[in-house]
Design a protein around this ligand. Structure first.
Ligand code: ADP
Ligand code: ZN
Length: 600
């Protein structure tokens, strides 16, 4: 492991391994197979990149994501590592050149798309090449239950049959047991060692708010907590993406859009802009983000509910990969719950599939309605045994909701559903409960039912929260014809009969955003330090442009901050800074020292 540590410092510029990196690297460098479960931002890449440099031959990294391959290869080149990729973005001539170089041993790492790997041509090529290892990235793509299912991934078991002596590693940030077992089975990894890291991302602050006006709530959040920061905003539909991006731009946020309906050129233009420039907000459908390893994304916001907790965790995990403070923000409302339930109930899928989908939705809704620490709830969902100590860095911990006895309100709501023949949505039911004599209510004669006007004591807003929570708790469901009518469930009976009490949450008005603000390092900088920081950032922007790489590939924010704090004046002192390896020292050392000497 001495060699591994030396590579870590010399090439990558880091002085210590993170979490289980040491164990994984030792295991693979020694020729073992393994399954690595680590959260996004946990540092999976180093787990195969370092053994790739330690072992003889080329490491073949299988990734479904073209953008990720390109980004990783660019970053590796900056570090002076011999790497290439082979995928459909290359011309035939370019691909042929890569293949030639591969055969003459020019690479330590080669990234390939799974469909390319599986071609007889490629399998033939690597049969004649010394191989250091196979790394199967995003290994959860073998799972048919997951949203990233890739049929080619299932065929990757061929590696085991064809190359039994080459160590194989499967890596993923998806941690549930079902997926884990599927990976092991489908990739024939039953004798592999499994490394499970903690899935906690302590630097991410979780925050879920009741949606009243999503867009303006989002703007308030950005202005108050992340002004000028890079972030991702997820929306469910293309229209909403376009609309939100335009609206944010109008309000002075540097927002751009990304969704599958845009032209390929426009999409990649926007993606590059997000990666390369500082402080861009990307508004996108979930088509965006997989394989985006930009380390300084400071927030991920959901304007619509994600599909599942797995999805939520993967998407929010794209915030704060650099370990610095970041926020996962979500606005959620009654409409989301009704729509998602309706999508599941009304779908043509098999019952088994519906059951799985419905259980997953329940878990997600429970997270949204949490009255105790959200982080603990997330970690428990992923099967992590944790302490009962609340995290202190989620909205529930920082600003606990009030819990009230909603038994009577629930009974009124449920009996109103019953009295109106389970044929109506929440808006209508609330009209009946509050005694609103609308045309529609009169037309159906519901101004005569016993539940008409029995809910005047609660405002409409509160009733919406009641219905939302009743659906979340499974006490109401939607019809399966897709009209969105609310219907009673088996579980409703006990509440109606008064055998079960119901606790409901009431979100307190958001504390002043400033109270929730964190003291990040930037706010502790004095005037001179701020000047130096700006100087270094300008230098980084210029250098990144000259090299045609994203700013963070030159240096992470963490490295720039350390430079400001320690202000090294010699090459040796510079070498001690985290993120400064030999290649970068050689490339940038002189220029940096000049800036530092003139500024400190
Ligand atoms: P993952 O693939 O697990 O999401 P990455 O491999 O992209 O995570 O790593 C996340 C970030 O953490 C990267 O910017 C990487 O440079 C950084 N990193 C990884 N390992 C270390 C380490 N031992 N010390 C410092 N930074 C690290
Ligand atoms: Zn908490």
């Amino acid at each position: 492991m001495l060699r591994a540590s030396k590579i870590l410092k010399d090439i990558f510029g880091y002085s210590t391994f993170r979490g289980q990196q040491t164990e994984v690297i030792a295991h693979v460098a020694g020729g073992g197979d393994c399954l690595v479960l680590m959260p996004t931002g946990g540092g999976k890449s180093l787990c195969y990149q370092i053994p790739a440099l330690m072992r003889e031959g080329v490491a073949v990294v299988i990734s479904p994501l073209i953008a990720l391959m390109q980004n990783q290869v660019v970053a590796l080149h900056e570090l002076g590592v011999r790497a290439a990729f082979l995928n459909s973005s290359l011309t035939q001539t370019e691909a042929a050149a890569v293949e030639r170089n591969l055969l003459s041993g020019e690479y330590d790492l080669l990234y390939v798309a799974p469909e390319r790997l599986l071609t007889p041509r490629f399998l033939g090529l690597i049969a004649n090449t010394p191989l250091a290892l196979f790394a199967i990235d995003e290994a959860h793509c073998v799972s048919q239950w997951g949203h990233d299912f890739r049929p080619e991934y299932i065929k990757l078991s061929i590696l085991h049959e064809r190359f039994p002596n080459v160590p194989r590693m499967a890596l993923t940030a998806t941690a549930d047991t079902v997926t884990r077992n599927e990976i092991i089975e489908r990739l024939s990894l039953d004798r592999a060692k499994t490394f499970v890291s903690s899935f906690d991302r302590p630097n991410i602050r979780y925050q879920v708010i009741d949606r009243t006006n999503g867009k303006s709530q989002l703007l308030d959040f950005i202005k108050a907590e992340h002004n000028g920061d890079a972030g991702i905003v997820y929306c469910m539909s293309r229209n909403k993406v376009e609309e939100t991006a335009a609206w944010l731009s109008d309000k002075g946020v540097r927002a751009i859009a990304y969704h599958a309906g845009m032209s390929v050129q426009m999409r990649s233009y926007n993606q590059e802009k997000f990666l390369r420039e500082d402080g861009i907000v990307m508004v996108a459908t979930i088509a965006f983000g997989m394989g985006i390893d930009k380390p300084d994304v400071r927030f991920v916001a959901h304007l619509d509910l994600p599909k599942s907790i797995e999805g939520y965790y993967q998407e929010t995990g794209r915030a704060g990969r650099d370990g610095q403070a970041a926020t996962a923000w979500m606005a959620y409302g009654l409409g989301d719950v009704v729509q998602l339930r309706r999508m599941i109930e009304g779908s043509e899928a098999k019952d088994q599939f519906k059951r799985v989908a419905s259980t997953k939705l329940d878990a997600l809704l429970a997270l949204c309605e949490a009255t105790t620490c959200r982080r603990l709830q997330l970690l428990r969902y992923f099967g992590e045994i944790v302490t009962d100590t609340p995290c202190g860095n989620c909205d529930v911990c920082l600003n606990p909701p009030t819990v009230w006895d909603g038994t009577v309100a629930a009974q009124k709501a449920l009996s109103c559903v019953y009295r109106t023949a389970q044929n109506f949505g929440a808006g209508y039911l609330i009209d009946v409960l509050r005694g609103n004599n609308t045309e529609r209510v009169k037309q159906w004669g519901h101004d005569k039912v016993s539940t008409f006007g029995i809910g005047k004591e609660l405002e409409e807003k509160v009733w919406r929260a009641v219905f939302r929570q009743l659906i979340a708790l499974g006490l109401l469901t939607t019809d399966n014809e897709g009209h969105g009518s609310l219907m009673l469930t088996e579980a409703s009976r006990a509440v109606l009969k008064g055998q079960q009490t119901i606790n409901l949450r009431q979100q307190k008005e958001n504390k002043r955003a400033s109270k929730l603000r964190r003291d990040d390092d930037l706010s502790t900088f004095d005037r001179a330090e701020r000047d130096l920081w700006e100087c270094l950032r300008l230098w980084r922007t210029r250098t990144a442009k000259e090299h045609g790489v994203p700013a963070y590939v030159v240096f992470h924010d963490t490295t720039l901050k350390e430079l400001v704090r320690l202000c090294p004046q010699t090459e040796d002192a510079l070498r001690q800074i985290s993120g400064v390896g030999s290649s970068k020292l050689e490339r940038y050392g002189k220029e940096l020292l000049e800036i530092l000497r003139s500024c400190c």
